[in-house]
Design a binder for this molecule. Sequence first.
Ligand SMILES: [Zn+2]
Length: 428
Amino acid sequence: MDIIIRNANLQDGRSGIDIGILGERIAVLQAGLEAKAGREIDASGRLVCPPFIDSHLHLDSTLSLGTPRLNQSGSLLEGISLWGELKPSLTQDAIYQRARKLCVWAMARGTLAIRSHVDICDDRLLAVDALVALRDELKPYLDIQLVAFPQDGYLRTASSPENLLRALAKGVDIIGGIPHFERTMADGAASVAQLMRLAAERGLMVDMHCDESDDPLSRHIETLAAETVRHGMQGRVAGSHLTSMHSMDNYYVSKLIPLIAEAGVAAIANPLINITLQGRHDTYPKRRGMTRVKELMAAGVTVAFGHDCVMDPWYPMGSHDMLEVASMALHVGHMTGVEEIKSCFEAVTVNAAKVLNLENYGLAPGNNADLVILQAADPIEAIRLRAERLFVIRRGKILAETEPRVAKVQFGGEVKSLDFTRADLDLC
Ligand SMILES: [Zn+2]
């Protein structure tokens, strides 16, 4: 073996597992592995999991906070106009450098796959050129999927249909959309139908910003699901945000969720952003905007979570930590039951891998030797502590390391070291 990780806890509850890595693959995964390796890492009963995945991000705007100015109101609409102010002065290199920096942050956080939307409404397509180059350059480090995203509307902006085709020709992987931002409900539905036809013709996956609104009558997800069935694209289509579902009539939702499940359309919630941008017109009670994660999961829909924004015109916070995303989701979604917390961890790991259609993902013999060792015993502790990623391994090579987080307290005449894990409690 090249590397053996000893005494690991796994996401599924197994413990005391040794993981043998040979080359770029996991060779063996069992208790008491009798083999030698060039490097042995003692996980000491900590959680070892496959890499985190961010299923919804905007790499073209990330880390642009403060250029040209800060969002004073913090609202979605001021964010969109700020992005509009920034666009004329954007350069391909500036986009590239910021996105590259974010990807290095992601690696340190053990996030080794990102699906990023890229705005195609600027006729120069600078962001497309920057991010296609970045995706190809960073292939050894992390997987990036790019979605052609008509931020200013597909039918609403005259050049969008042509720009979208140009973006695909430049190598963008996935077709996006924004039906709730078209001028009418009818235009929104028409945009979904046209974009789905295009995706079906080209054999491409689809991921639309869909119903990112508090309007309970924003029902484009219904059209997206129906078109998915029509074209036989089950398992290859995702609806991002779906925040209007938070506000929809319950009777209508009882019909809608089974349709989404039958269509095999995945749902991507962005809890950090949904909770801060939705409900802005409300007084009290304030709606929190996140889609119906619990109910979608219960119906068998694949639900993943995205970070969406990190220090950009829409969101001044964040350091690209998918455990922070999972934590926010479980708080907003009232998902503090044991299995519910675990399902939030899955939404930033295995569920997201399904949405991205990643191959050879997961801790099993034959799969890619991509994994993270966390300073936590299990997924619940990992979310609670937003645990450090002690080791991040990509294709059998150590990509990132972080020292364990330990506090030292002068107390009772001695120095106590503590890390807030349950192991601390045993010492009390
Ligand atoms: Zn988005």
